[in-house]
Design a protein around this ligand. Sequence first.
Ligand SMILES: [Zn+2]
Length: 141
Amino acid sequence: MTEIGKPVPQPTPESQPYWDGCLRGELLYQRCAGCGRAQFYPRSACASCGGTALEWRRSEGRGTLHAVTVVYRPPSAAFRLDVPYAVALVDLDEGFRMMANVLSANPERVAIGDRVAVTFERRGEIALPQFQPCAPRDEDL
Ligand SMILES: [Zn+2]
């Protein structure tokens, strides 16, 4: 049986600095110099005001889960050993939201409101941001 690799994102001119940051273990996001809004994913213009004066900032990589779901059916054969796993919308402390996996030994216990911290999974030439629980809840201790 042929081993099928997991998909790897293709950097674009807009996202190249972001992916370069991931390889260094840094989670970067854009901040609009015009209106001050943080945005993710990387774009050539601000989604709020249309301004193009965007600065790259480094996130501390900590956030709170806004939504979470558990994947039971692998999207492809490459993920068959990973299920079940949790996928979440993470609200980073700097004010932007991103989707990523939450690495947990108990994915069904990953919950909205959980605090998480970023970590990076190397996949070929790319490092993918993922999150892991931090500050465990009382019932986990
Ligand atoms: Zn703006």
